[in-house]
Design a protein around this ligand. Structure first.
Ligand code: HAM
Length: 429
């Protein structure tokens, strides 16, 4: 195929054999969020570039080198959203729904775009489910966010494979004091730092803590620790969070080097990581951003949230073989009809059955065909039963119900009794 007719590198089609697991995971998350009282919000995929620069930070990997930015026909600079928090903050501000201290517990789902180097678990178009909470400043809501993800990991069967890492970045004043101390220390050992860290030291010194370079890591051993600069308010907040996680029985490790790649965080930051997916092991990440709304022009409004990468979650569910068996079957019953008169009756009958059993997955044969070919299609569909409607059945107003997966003998059922019969053998089965 010529290059222009291929999908863009790092942007994937999700094919029909994959969509059941996507819908399964998305369904679990959305039901759980409903149950915890979160409401869905939907934002546009494209925003003014300025939004992301102002919120995520000019000197971050995302803004410096990963955004899909273009000029539209008006000459405005627009960007495909690289994440959801910035747009969510813009939306709540624009519509005034966090004004006067109104609490908002929101979630969103959708594609995000980052021009990263594609590899397993890292794509240029990927999908997040994110949660953002406004106007609740206590550690109780931070704990709730973690508790609900913990429950989700349990429901998806991946709890044993993920680990919670926690840190507190303190208030922006505390962080500024820490930054100054860190810069002073690292500057005194500048020659020992790798090139990237030397650059970051000037632009975004906290990100040096993130380095993968062994020499720089060695220098960091004696560096000032963020925890020693934590202000009292943040310390009490962090203790409150830890106490709640302990009470809920959720294991965690404190990672003093966890700073996150976006600038808007303060106080709590956390990541759920796994060692089962290779290099791209963070399946869910977030934290507090108490200063962001004000920084974007709103009244002081606290915020906290997280986002999980759906591709990574699915990879993990697949790696751990936690996909429920029943997802493989998309059809319960396949209706075969032979001859035009039977086809007409089959259509009417199938609609009656659908009225009575709205959850039944009934596929009606299309394109006619011989006994043999229709049965073959019925079998291939994965259905549990084939329904057979030919001239004889039509005359007697019955259907043949033929088990396809070795569950007993074929039966003849009257049209009037068909829904009831299927309810016992399929829908509840
Ligand atoms: P983030 O850490 O940039 O945070 O992304 C959150 C999650 O999205 C990651 O942990 C990962 O699972 C997934 N992810 C990120 N980049 C990629 C990629 N290129 N390919 C596949 N998956 C990816 C945020 O986006 C923040 N907005 C989270 C947040 C919400 N903080 C507060 N509220």
């Amino acid at each position: 195929m010529s290059k222009s007719l291929q999908a863009i590198r790092g942007m994937n089609d999700i094919l029909p054999d994959q969509t059941p697991v996507w819908r399964y995971v998305e369904g679990k998350v959305s039901r759980l969020l409903d149950n915890y009282g979160y409401k869905q919000i939907r934002m546009p995929i494209v925003e003014f570039t300025e939004l992301f620069k102002r919120s995520i930070g000019e000197v971050t990997d995302i803004v410096e080198k990963e955004m899909y930015t273009f000029e539209d026909r008006n000459g405005d600079s627009l960007t495909l959203r690289p994440e959801g928090t910035a747009a969510c903050v813009r939306a709540v501000l624009e519509h005034g729904i966090t004004g006067g201290g109104q609490v908002q517990k929101l979630w969103y789902i959708g594609p995000m775009f980052r021009h990263e180097r594609p590899q397993k678990g890292r794509y240029r178009q990927f999908h997040q489910i994110g949660v953002e909470v406004f106007n609740l400043d206590g550690p109780d809501i931070d704990a709730e966010l973690i508790v609900l993800t913990w429950r989700l990991w349990g429901e998806l069967g991946i709890r044993d494979a993920v680990k919670l890492e926690l840190n507190s970045l303190g208030t922006s004043e505390a962080r500024a004091r820490y930054r100054a101390a860190l810069v002073q220390y690292l500057s005194s050992r500048l020659g020992e730092l790798d090139e990237d860290s030397q650059r970051r030291l000037k632009s975004n010194p906290l990100r040096v803590l993130d380095t993968k370079n062994a020499d720089t890591q060695a220098v960091l051993v004696d560096a000032p620790k963020l925890v020693d600069y934590l202000d009292e308010e943040s310390r009490v907040h962090f203790e409150g969070l830890k106490a709640r996680l302990d009470a809920a029985g959720i294991p965690y490790v404190i990672n003093p080097k966890l700073v996150r790649g976006l600038d808007y965080y303060s106080k709590t930051v956390f990541e759920w990581v796994t060692d089962k997916l290779g290099a791209q092991g963070t399946v869910c990440a977030g934290g507090r951003y108490d200063g962001l709304v004000e920084q974007m022009g709103g009244k002081p409004t606290t915020g906290v949230g997280f986002a999980m990468g759906i591709e990574r979650l699915i990879l993990l569910v697949e790696t751990l073989e936690q996909i429920p068996q029943e997802l493989a079957r998309q059809v319960d019953v396949y209706l075969c009809a032979f001859g035009e008169a039977a086809e007409l009756a089959a259509l009417a009958l199938s609609e009656r059955v659908r009225d009575q059993l709205p959850n039944l997955r009934l596929q009606i044969n299309a394109g006619a065909g011989s006994f043999k070919s229709q049965f073959k299609k019925a079998d291939k569909s994965g259905a549990l039963y084939a329904l057979i409607l030919g001239d004889d059945e039509l005359a007697q107003q019955v259907v043949g119900v033929k088990p396809l997966r070795g569950q007993g003998e074929q039966q003849t059922i009257a049209w009037d009794a068909l829904a009831e019969h299927l309810a016992t053998c399929v829908v509840q089965g």
